[in-house]
Ligand binder design. Structure first.
Ligand SMILES: [Zn+2]
Length: 72
């Protein structure tokens, strides 16, 4: 008998990549894509998530020249 009745499911806890503490409110800070096999998602707690740059998906095409438009 498994006896799963009346038991609440575990909260989706993740370990913060920065402070190595498990958090119940994980924030995705990075998604690592691998050539072979599935990628994995890097989580951080809410306190550490502010120290990470925003998701690079929307701004992955930024020019590498930094501030452009002022060269003469
Ligand atoms: Zn953290």
């Amino acid at each position: 008998m498994m006896g799963t009745e009346g038991k609440a499911p575990r909260p989706p806890v993740r370990m913060c990549v920065r402070c190595q503490v498990t958090t119940e409110t994980p924030v995705v800070v990075c998604v690592v894509h691998q050539n072979s096999g599935p990628g994995f998602v890097v989580y951080a707690c809410r306190a550490c998530a502010v120290h990470f740059p925003p998701q690079p998906d929307a701004r992955t095409t930024l020019p590498q020249s930094g501030r452009a438009g002022d060269e003469r």
